[in-house]
Design a binder for this molecule. Sequence first.
Ligand SMILES: Nc1ncnc2c1ncn2[C@@H]1O[C@H](COP(=O)(O)OP(=O)(O)OP(=O)(O)O)[C@@H](O)[C@H]1O
Length: 451
Amino acid sequence: MNALAQAPSPSLPSAGVIWTRTLEAIRQEGLHYALTWLERMRPMEVRENALVLGVPDRFFRDWVDDHYRAMLETHLARLEPSLGRVAYEVVVGIPPSADLPPTPIVKVNSLRPARLNPRFTFDTYVVADSNQLPAAAAQAVAHRPGHNYNPLYIYGGTGLGKTHLLQAVGNHIWEKDPTQRIVYLSSEQFTNEYVESVREHRMTDFRRKFREECDVLLIDDIQFLGKREETQKEFFYTFETLFGLNKAIVLTSDMVPAEVPGMEDRLRSRFAMGLMADIREPSYETRVAILQKKAEQEGLDLPDPVAHFIAKHVQKNVRELEGALVKLSAMHSLTKQPVTEEFASQVLRDILPAQRAVDVDAIQREVARFYKVTVEALKEDRRHKALAHARQVAMYLSRKLTKSSFPEIASRFNKDHSTVISAVRKVEGLRETDAAVHRDLSELETKLGGM
Ligand SMILES: Nc1ncnc2c1ncn2[C@@H]1O[C@H](COP(=O)(O)OP(=O)(O)OP(=O)(O)O)[C@@H](O)[C@H]1O
C-alpha cells in the first residue's frame, strides 16, 4: 500500500503527522461517528495547499466529500493555516466502503454555532450560593435539552454571569452532539434579523431558521423585546412552535417577566411556565473563590491575602472582579513585581472605590441592621446574649475603623471605657477562634468599606 508521503516543504509536518493530529482534534470534539469513515483514509502527501487522502473507491470519496469535507477543512486550517483543502486519491488495498458499518446520515455542524464563545463553559463557571439554582438548572438543560425546565429563565443584575451560563448551555450541547442546531443571540439581534427579513421579504427564511432548523434557542437579554410589539408577536409564535416540539428554550434577563415593561401577558406567563432562577450578587466568599479560580485559569499566582483584598474592595459584580484581575495580571507580567496587597492597591488605585470615612454612627446603624436590632438597643443596658454580642461587635468595629478613643466610643454607647476595652478584646479573640464571627466581621467591614 502507498504509505505516508513526504511533506513538500521542510516547515510543514508530514502528511501522516498532520492527519494524526486532525483525527485527534476531531476525536476530542466527540465526533466519533465521523471517525468510522475518516479513519479508513490514508494520508498520502501534501500537494500544493491540499492534504491528499487515500480512499478505497469513488463511492467512499463522494460520501466523505459530501458529509465531512467542511469539517475536515476547518480542522486542517486550524492546525496548519497554509493547508485549506483536502483532495482524494483512490488507493488499492484500503478495505472498500461496502464493509463499513451503517453510519447515520447527519448534517454535522463542524463549526461552533455562531456567537458562542468557547471560553464560556460550565468548567470555567464558579458555582456558589449566589448562583447555585441557575447553574444547576442550566446543567440540567444542557444534559437533556427540551426535557428539563423548559423554558429556563435566568435573571439577575449586570455582570453576574447570565450570558456565561447561557453560552455554557450552548457550548455543552454542541460539544456533546454537534448535530444539534443551536441558535444563540440577543433579543436585539433577533429584532434586527426580524426587521431585515420583513424588509427584504425573507420571512420564510427567518421562520425556517428559528422554527424548523432550531433544536435549542438561547436568547440573551430578553427584556429588550418589551419595546418591540411586532417582534414580540413573531417571537411568541416562534416560542409556541419550539415549545410544542419539545425544543429547549433558555432566556436571560435583568428582571423577572412581570417587571419587563411592555412585555405581553401571554409571553410573561409562558416565561414563567418552566423555571425562573435568579443570580444574586456574589458574597464575599464567592468573590474570593471566583478570583482564585480565574487566577488559576490565567496562570497567575494569587496569594490569599491579595484575593481577599480585591474581594473586599470590588463588590459590584463579577465583571469588575475579572477586570481587576486582568489588570493585576498584566501589570505583574510587565513589571515582574511580586503580587502583594501593596502592589494590588497601587495597580488597582483607579478601580478601587475611594475609602469612605466611617464613623461610630454609621457603624451602629450597619451593625443594628445586620443583627436585626435597633440602634437604641445597642446603646441600652440590656444584657440579652444576642444583643450583647451585637453591641460588642459595634464597639470593636468602632475602635478598628475609626480614630475614636475608648472613652469617646464608650460615651456613644452610654457605657464606661473599660466595657469597651473588654468588648474589643473579646471580639478580637472570637475573630480568631469562631469562623461564624470571622465571617460576620468580614462582611460588616466590607459593607462599611473599611480595611
Ligand atoms: N460564577 C462565575 N464564575 C466565573 N466567571 C463568572 C461568573 N459569573 C460571571 N463571570 C464572568 O463575569 C463576566 C461577566 O459575566 P456575564 O457577561 O455572563 O454577565 P451578565 O450577567 O450576562 O451581564 P449583563 O447583564 O451586563 O450582560 C464574564 O466574563 C463571566 O465569565
